[in-house]
Design a protein around this ligand. Structure first.
Ligand SMILES: CC(C)(COP(=O)(O)OP(=O)(O)OC[C@H]1O[C@@H](n2cnc3c(N)ncnc32)[C@H](O)[C@@H]1OP(=O)(O)O)[C@@H](O)C(=O)NCCC(=O)NCCS
Length: 339
């Protein structure tokens, strides 16, 4: 039976390489004040934890950043681009609104040929959705090596005169290579969720099939990010605390058994609120929001790249994404296990 021969035992799928790329231009809080906005370094730092972010210039796109992050992850994994069987790109800021997909463009840029290429759109939870998808292909033996890149250039979609939104976001890309690892290592859990009733609290109104872009939408800046900051804050914490608790309970783990909690870097106060509610210790948390701002779905793999040399073999790393949709997700990864 041909069908039976395609089905093998489940394979452990894990992260074997990590990379990132940030644009060259650093923009500090003071730089934003100097642009003429009625804000201060103190206000932005205290309310968000952000001190700096990197902004792509007009010649740099998401795929430009993704290409460099991808090449670094492939090099870090010690494989060749020809070893890849699939590419998944998490982005809400692809180079083109409809097509071609960012994944197809990236495939060509890195020199991969004739392989699976898919864009995933789950806003700031995109990395969780993308590695969950990619790891299933490795786990079932359908693919050997899957490149997952999360990239966003939200700076191109913020109103740089809106002090409530523009200081929050930065651009960047983070990438991982998923492959077979030792049994029991890798992406252990996939708990993803969404609640579209909260779609309005963080959205881009125009440019889609509901409201194609026209002069009116342009004049009203409806192609830019609109955010109800307080509602986003409240929704995030109200979804995250019970979700993380439920995941720990489901897999019979205590907070103490997680080596590192890697949150989507949206706002230090959201992270600290959840940390305090769950009793997460200081040394179980790693944050870099002060350096990069909110890089949307890239923020989790950028943390992984910053911290990759200090994760311990076999450490449980919890990846927690949340954002527009409203969507959120948790993955537990057992680090290492390289074959
Ligand atoms: C955006 C956020 C920092 C605003 O903080 P906040 O304490 O909720 O502030 P509010 O929006 O209620 O605004 C309070 C006041 O601060 C002002 N304000 C907003 N941004 C400001 C800034 N950068 N500098 C100075 N004042 C600012 C508001 O205009 C408002 O002034 P008013 O009282 O005169 O009307 C906060 O709501 C937040 O972080 N939300 C989550 C956003 C997020 O993480 N989004 C991405 C999710 S993936």
């Amino acid at each position: 039976m041909i069908i039976n021969s395609l089905m093998g035992p489940l394979i452990s799928a894990g992260i074997i390489g990590v990379g990132k790329e940030l644009p060259e231009k650093a923009v500090s809080n003071q730089d934003i004040v100097d642009m003429g906005l009625d804000t201060s370094d103190e206000w932005i730092s205290e309310r968000t934890g952000i001190k700096n972010r990197y902004i792509a210039d007009e010649n740099t796109s998401s795929v430009d950043l993704a290409e460099i992050a991808a090449k670094r992850a492939i090099e870090n994994a010690g494989i060749n681009v020809t070893d890849l069987d699939g590419i998944i790109v998490s982005t809400t800021t692809p180079d083109h609104l409809m097509f071609p997909s960012a994944a197809c463009l990236l495939q060509s840029r890195i020199g991969a040929r004739n392989i699976f290429a898919l864009d995933v759109s789950a806003a700031c939870t995109g990395f969780n959705y993308a590695i969950s998808t990619g790891s299933q292909f490795v786990r079932t033996g359908q693919m050997k090596n899957v490149l997952v890149v999360a990239v966003d250039c939200l700076s191109k979609f913020v109103d740089w005169t809106d002090r409530a939104v523009c200081p929050l976001f930065g651009d960047g890309a983070g990438a991982v290579v998923l492959s077979e690892v030792k049994e029991g290592y890798g992406v252990l859990t996939v708990d993803l969720s969404s609640d579209g009733r909260y779609g309005d609290i963080l959205k881009v109104q125009a440019g889609g099939s509901r409201q194609p872009m026209n002069q009116n939408g342009f004049d009203n800046k409806e192609y830019l990010i609109q955010m109800a900051g307080r509602a986003v804050f409240k929704t995030a914490v109200s979804k995250l605390v019970p979700s993380i608790s439920a995941v720990l309970e489901k897999y019979e783990l205590s907070v103490e058994e997680i080596g590192t909690f890697v949150f989507h870097q949206a706002n230090i106060r959201i992270i600290e609120f959840v940390k305090d509610k769950l009793g997460i210790a200081d040394d179980q948390l790693y944050t870099n929001i002060h350096k990069y701002g909110n890089t949307s779905s890239a923020s989790i793999p950028i943390v992984l790249d910053d911290k990759k040399s200090s994760f311990k073999e076999g450490e449980l790393v919890m990846l927690i994404g949340f954002g527009a949709g409203f969507a959120w997700g948790v993955n537990i990864v057992k680090w290492g296990g390289r074959l």
